[in-house]
Design a protein. Structure first.
Length: 299
């Protein structure tokens, strides 16, 4: 499962590039841009090199190059043109394609060059909301359809995490200015999807609150230690895969009994599993949110 994917179907090519399979076939036949191999059942398969070329072509195409002109460019010069465009142009769609290309080729230099190009005109917060969140949403769909491997996903998400850590650290050296709440960020047991939680940690620090980041797979009984030190604690968590639909009501019951026995703590929850909860059915101390923006508006 963790092997790097090197062979792609026409549907994979469509999913990754955003170009319809029919159009890819036209480009292939009319302009001889790709040379797919055929399986024993005569199904087209494309190499990693062909996918890289397609993503490069899409960047040029969306930047005003006609496909007939792209077809005449020597293949070795196409990546050079792409890098020039990425260096000069920070448009969202171009950046997302560049990040996808970086991921497919495990090219961290392209990731950092694209990020730095964006940073010349945007704040880190704007980059995360306008570019990284749409990118991650796309990657989730690509991973689910087996278009990319876990290796690709881990590569790009860890590079994004690096940027969150760097920008959060800049804020953490500043004394909190808002004292009315303390936020404690954690993931429940068996939950490891922490990218959203890391960005929330950045946002909470940016707002001037004290944030305590506990990280992945935190047993609920260990949260009790926090309330010994602080009052009005707001616990914040993502329930992406755990607790499951069958476990989530019991989890909330245990939180109320073990952590919020004094009634002065809150639990704010985001993530896929919140679809199984209705705010009107929850205790007053528990609230669900469908986005980071919605949660931040309730601070």
């Amino acid at each position: 499962m963790n092997n790097v994917k090197k062979s792609f179907s026409i549907r994979d090519m469509e999913n990754l590039s955003g170009i319809k399979a029919h159009t890819i076939r036209i480009w292939e036949k009319r302009y001889n841009l790709f040379s797919p191999e055929r399986t024993v059942t005569n199904i087209r398969t494309y190499s990693l090199k062909s996918l890289q070329k397609l993503l490069n072509i899409v960047l040029l195409y969306h930047n005003g190059y006609k496909i007939s002109k792209i077809a005449k460019i020597p293949e070795s010069e196409i990546p050079v043109l792409v890098r020039e465009i990425v260096a000069k142009n920070s448009e969202k769609s171009h950046a997302i394609n560049a990040f996808k290309l970086s991921m497919i080729n495990f090219d961290q230099a392209l990731f950092f060059n694209t990020y730095n190009s964006l940073l010349a005109e945007r704040s880190f917060r704007e980059i995360f909301i306008e570019v990284f969140i749409p990118l991650l949403n796309e990657l989730g769909l690509l991973w689910q359809t087996d278009t990319i491997s876990p290796s690709h996903e881990h590569f790009i998400t860890n590079l994004i995490k690096q940027k969150i850590y760097i920008n959060t650290e800049k804020l953490q050296i500043i004394e909190p200015t808002r004292k009315d709440k303390v936020f404690v960020l954690f993931l429940p047991e068996n939950e490891i999807h922490e990218l959203g939680l890391l960005f929330l940690n950045y946002e909470i620090n940016l707002k001037g609150y004290k944030a305590i980041y506990l990280g992945q797979t935190m047993p609920i009984e260990n949260l009790v230690d926090i309330i010994k030190y602080y009052e009005n604690v707001h616990f914040v968590s993502y329930f992406t895969v755990s607790p499951t639909k069958d476990e989530i009501e019991k989890y909330i019951e245990n939180f109320e009994k073990d952590v919020n026995s004094l009634g002065n703590s809150k639990l704010w929850i985001l993530g896929h599993q919140v679809q199984h909860l209705l705010n009107e059915d929850l205790p007053e101390s528990i609230r669900t949110f469908n986005s980071i923006e919605r949660l931040m508006s309730h601070m």
